[in-house]
Design a protein around this ligand. Structure first.
Ligand SMILES: [Mg+2]
Length: 452
């Protein structure tokens, strides 16, 4: 039976709904709709002017509407009279191709045709900082190796508990929370789900962490590299493909790493398109200070430099921690939750269809012995370079359409231009290349990325 939002509002005492969508840059946009109007909005959607957000539309374009997906409903645990809904964008009676949730749904449909679905989990790292962003929030969090530091974790107990309690209430199955490798950095893990649910939860998680941190007088940031000498914020994803009968198609007990042919081909597809996917998975100028970064205060960056895979070894782009799944470690905290999953499916499906071979696993510490690995491709060193790879990648183009890819490149190129002109004004130098070498996190990056 279809879900009736008006009836749910009555039953659960919901007074307002946030009907939302996420634009190309991963920004969550919403309208707050009173429950008395939800019946019409569920059918017709909430209207938005596309030009006002990052979707490559013009002011002359018709209104677009976000039609809420009732199965995505989340009642705000800290504000239960409000419920959040993810929505799909429509314009003139058609789905908007260049909108991230629609892009993901189309890739899911391609998998469904093959009786497959992607199960995934994301590990969203974040920093707790002061509201002015001048330092981390906890002045006592200064250990050289702060990872899993119990005291630093427990000094933020009130907030971590509020977030974890919310996930328990929502039924996400959170199972661990920890202090990560940088001072002021945390990670919280909840159960894997099908990739659309994970993407919706990923969007909501970021909103929830930022909101609850604000309530405690702190600021949470998912910015890829807020502090140059500290480990950046990654967003690793654990991946496996299943069929509707409940079989894990990535699993093969006889293989050394426990992976099937399908899993290796899927991985091969991701490795084949990795340079182009970097434009989606590491979508900000600041992102390139995380990947390819020099060693941090803790002794490692925990981010990849090259397109390689290994067994249970975190220095590679892909890690196989156990049988039947692998972890992609390329993405950072700024990645768009829908493009993350959509990009993985598009590249992975290409790998299955073209039987792409990922080669042999590499068993070296890539942070110290990368010179021993011959022929491994390096990840792009700037957003400009990854956009060039995206422009030339036929896999992504055929999966999403040329117009969609062109729109993304156009918007991101504009962003690079803005950054460059701000650099000329403030510092007298130009370009992302120079600033990568300049060993600073610029004010522009902070202003434009702290709330990503
Ligand atoms: Mg982590």
């Amino acid at each position: 039976m279809p879900i009736n939002l008006a009836a749910i509002a009555k039953k659960k005492k919901i007074k307002y709904f946030l009907i939302s969508y996420v634009d190309f840059f991963g920004i969550l946009r919403s309208k707050l709709v009173p429950a008395q109007s939800i019946k019409e909005m569920q059918k017709d959607g909430a209207g938005f002017a596309g030009f006002s957000t990052y979707l490559d539309m013009s002011p002359a374009d018709a209104d677009m509407v976000s039609i809420p997906d009732p199965s995505s409903l989340i009642q705000l645990p800290w504000q239960p009279d409000v419920a959040w809904l993810a929505g799909d964008l429509w314009m003139n009676g058609k789905l908007v191709d260049a909108s991230p949730r629609v892009m993901l749904r189309k890739q899911i449909a391609r998998l469904t045709k093959k009786n497959m679905y992607l199960k995934s989990g994301v590990e969203c790292e974040y920093f707790l900082i002061t509201p002015q962003a001048d330092s981390i929030a906890d002045k006592n969090d200064i250990a050289d190796k702060p990872c899993y530091d119990q005291s630093a974790l427990m000094r933020q107990y009130d907030l971590i508990k509020a977030i974890c309690d919310s996930m328990i209430y929502l039924g996400w199955g959170p199972y661990q929370n920890d202090h990560e490798d940088a001072n002021g950095q945390f990670e919280m893990n909840w159960n894997f789900s099908d990739c659309l649910r994970t993407a919706d939860r990923h969007v909501f998680f970021k909103f929830m962490v930022k909101t609850l941190a604000e309530k405690k007088g702190l600021r949470a940031t998912f910015m890829p590299k807020p502090f140059l000498n500290k480990t950046g914020n990654g967003c690793h994803a654990h991946l496996s493909i299943w069929n509707k009968q409940g079989k894990n198609l990535f699993s093969n007990q006889k293989d050394k790493l426990g992976l099937s042919k399908i899993a290796y081909n899927f991985m091969g597809g991701i490795m084949y398109s990795a340079e182009a996917l970097t434009a989606w998975f590491n979508p900000t100028i600041n992102s390139y200070k995380r990947i390819n970064a020099p060693v941090t205060a803790s002794g490692a960056t925990w981010s990849p430099n090259t397109i390689t895979y290994s067994g249970n070894n975190r220095t590679h782009m892909i890690r196989v921690p156990g049988p039947g799944r692998f972890e992609l470690r390329l993405m950072d905290g700024a990645t768009n939750p829908y493009l993350l999953q959509a990009g993985i499916i598009a590249a992975g499906l290409d790998g299955i269809e073209k039987k792409r071979n990922p080669g042999k696993p590499v068993y070296v510490n890539m942070y110290e012995e990368s010179h021993k690995v011959k022929g491994a491709k390096k990840l792009p060193s700037s957003l400009e370079k990854s956009l060039k790879h995206l422009r030339n990648n036929k896999v992504i183009e055929s999966a999403f359409g040329k117009d969609v890819v062109t729109s993304y490149i156009k918007l991101k190129s504009k962003e690079i231009k803005k950054y460059n002109s701000s650099m000329i004004k403030k510092l007298g130098f130009r370009g992302t290349k120079q600033s990568n070498k300049s060993n600073i996190i610029t004010q522009w990056e902070k202003d434009n990325t702290l709330d990503c």
